[in-house]
Design a protein around this ligand. Structure first.
Ligand SMILES: [Ca+2]
Length: 185
């Protein structure tokens, strides 16, 4: 019988692969900061970092990262079959699977996550722009730029909801419990 993969192995692999591809949690936190600063007075980078890190502990996003980045890496090495190789490597405009995979994991975080993802998909900011630019050269980040947008969007939504709860003085355990109930994975 095939053995299930322990979840800590999956989480570590997803976190490692982001780093390997040049994305630090602080880069994602910066996007979250830029997205939320106009709505939240006194927003701290620590809150943005904490929220980005928490999103990375969700299984659904870890799986999306592993699938997407694997395809980016294979395309970079010219190892996919044609025509998929060219579709991924050239980031063909009508190839939307990169966005679909990334979008799939923001739904659990509600409408703020979905609208933020739509915004980041159009206005590539921070590390998303860097990845997009590098992808036009020798590297391939067709999936990764959308995955980063997905993590940042989910983290923005999570943060917005938590800050409201904090404002209303809900106890930390209640906030954590509610999040666990609401989210998949
Ligand atoms: Ca893309």
């Amino acid at each position: 019988m095939k053995k299930p993969v322990p979840c800590d192995v999956v989480e570590k692999a997803a976190r490692d692969i982001l780093k390997e591809r040049g994305v630090e949690i602080s880069d994602i936190a910066q996007i979250v900061y830029d997205m939320q600063a106009k709505y939240v007075p006194n927003l701290s980078m620590e809150d943005c970092y904490e929220s980005s890190d928490a999103v990375l502990s969700k299984r659904e996003i870890q799986h999306a990262i592993l699938v997407g980045v694997e395809l980016d890496k294979l395309a970079e090495k010219n190892m996919l079959s044609e025509p998929l190789q060219s579709l991924v490597d050239t980031d063909e405009g009508l190839f939307g699977v990169d966005e679909t995979i990334a979008l799939g994991s923001v739904f659990g975080f509600g409408s703020i996550a979905v609208t933020t993802f739509g915004f980041l998909d159009k206005e590539k900011v921070g590390i998303i722009k860097t990845l997009d630019d590098k992808g036009k050269e020798d590297e391939c980040h067709t999936f990764l730029d959308d995955l980063v947008a997905s993590i940042a969007s989910s983290a923005s939504a999570r943060l917005a909801h938590r800050l409201r709860d904090r404002e209303e003085n809900k106890r930390k355990e209640d906030i954590d419990a509610r999040e666990d109930e609401e989210l998949i994975g």
